[in-house]
Design a protein around this ligand. Structure first.
Ligand code: FAD
Length: 413
């Protein structure tokens, strides 16, 4: 028998909430969104920053061409043309040895890796660690699996940090293996990288909001869900900052919010509670100096900097697993990282302005233990569902996972 749904109340207007809404609209389900802050986008947003005098993204979000739920979402809201596909020609730079090498994932990957052995002082056998990811136990960490590999420091560590925002000492090898199986193991067509032509706000958030507005779905901004009233296992009332909403018997509630905020509403739930910061340092440089940076993406080894991105208007550095920098002065970080960048290009050049963004709680620590907490979490309650990047425990906490969670939430109704 077909379930009758009167209305879906969606909590959170991050990508999971927006994806939930777009999927509800596509199925003609009436819905309404409630969002804590005054804007949508959550952990994926862009803004004009006065200090650097540029519009910047809160983070350098990369999306692999393998991410089909991201692509479907962009197609639904008609925004694919606002993205560019870039080659995964990664330049690596080791500050200790000054060695540079290139790994291209958009050529014949196995030839690039096993035949060329791109990392200095490595041979074919050092790359066999890739095959260890074919069969992985759920309790194994990346370090336990490949910590002894000769390419651990030069490949597995930077790759794990980039994909999982978690040190390989803690990162689930199973989750990383799922990513490898969808990307590198499937070949170059799955390894290209989607980047917005301008920024994430213009390419993803605003088009999603335009689609939602066109279908007359209301978004209530500045409405934090403070309390949930439950009776006989069913949600009866939601209490927000300024309004209270009665939940009728044919209504559903979808919580598209992170586990830390779920725990404020439901303190008894066992959910991951340890998080990692992602640090981004944006530098505006003169257009002449910008040309000194040849590759769009470079990986740094034996440095504070981990990945350098050459954007349209600035040079942007990402440091994952960055809790240790939460208490360090931003000016000090800016100078340390800039020295590393100058060493990379082999020239001491000035930057014009800069900004440091510390995204505390960027993702939870994606360890086997936290992964099993999420897996055990019983998603389906009587009249509510949980969405959000963290709910897709086979995937890292990413844009793909958040968009997929919204799609699944509507399918589960
Ligand atoms: C710096 C940084 C870099 C990243 N890099 C990448 C990358 O390279 N590639 C990639 O794929 N992913 C990346 N990510 C991860 C990606 O951004 C997230 O996985 C995704 O944006 C999460 O979306 P979400 O909707 O699940 O959660 P969120 O974005 O956290 O959305 C939750 C929303 O709910 C609202 N909310 C919370 N509590 C309440 C409440 N009680 N009542 C009402 N509203 C509430 C919040 O305000 C927020 O808007 C990065 C994240 C960061 C922070």
């Amino acid at each position: 028998m077909k379930k009758i749904i009167n209305k879906v109340h969606i909590i959170g207007a991050g990508l999971a909430g927006l994806s939930t809404t777009v999927n509800a609209i596509k199925k003609n389900i009436d819905c309404e969104i409630y969002e804590s802050s005054k804007i949508a986008g959550g952990r994926c947003r862009s803004f004009f920053d006065k200090k650097i005098n540029l519009e910047i993204d809160n983070g350098n979000h990369l999306v692999f061409s393998a991410n089909k739920n991201f692509l479907d979402f962009c197609e639904s809201i008609g925004t694919l043309k606002t993205f560019k596909l870039i080659s995964t020609n990664l330049i690596f730079f080791d500050l200790n040895s000054s060695n540079k090498w290139e790994i291209s994932f958009d050529k014949n990957i196995f030839k690039e890796i096993f035949y060329k052995c791109p990392i200095p002082q490595t041979i074919f056998f050092d790359y066999l660690s890739f095959f260890k990811f074919l069969l992985v136990k759920s309790k194994t960490t990346v370090h336990e699996l490949v910590g002894k590999s000769k390419i651990y420091k030069t490949f597995w560590e930077p790759f794990t940090l980039a994909v999982m925002n978690t040190s390989p000492n803690f990162a689930s090898a199973k989750v990383l293996s799922n990513v490898l199986k969808e990307t590198i193991f499937k070949g170059k067509k799955n390894c290209l990288i989607y980047q917005p032509l301008e920024n994430w706000e213009k390419s993803l958030i605003q088009p999603a909001l335009k689609f939602i507005k066109k279908h007359n779905v209301q978004i209530n901004y500045n409405e934090t869900l403070k309390k949930v009233f439950i009776d006989q296992g069913k949600i009866k009332k939601l209490v927000f900052t300024t309004k209270e909403v009665e939940i009728n018997s044919d209504d559903r509630v979808i919580f598209a919010i992170p586990p830390s905020n779920i725990n404020k509403l439901f303190p008894d739930y066992s959910l991951p509670c340890d998080y990692n910061t992602i640090l981004n340092i944006h530098y505006k440089v003169s257009s002449i100096n910008q040309k000194l940076f040849k590759n769009e993406i470079s990986g740094f080894i034996n440095t504070v900097s981990q990945w350098i991105f050459v954007k349209k208007d600035c040079i942007s550095v990402t440091v994952s697993d960055a809790n240790k920098f939460n208490t360090i002065n931003s000016n000090d970080i800016t100078e340390i990282v800039w020295e590393e960048i100058c060493a990379f290009i082999g020239e001491k050049i000035p930057y014009l302005s800069s900004q440091v963004i510390k995204e505390k709680k960027a993702t939870y620590i994606q360890s086997p233990k936290n992964n099993s907490l999420v897996q055990k979490f019983n998603n389906m309650k009587k009249n509510n569902i949980f969405a959000g990047d963290w709910t897709q425990n086979n995937l890292p906490c990413t844009i793909e996972a958040s968009i997929l969670s919204g799609k699944k939430a509507i399918e589960l109704l």
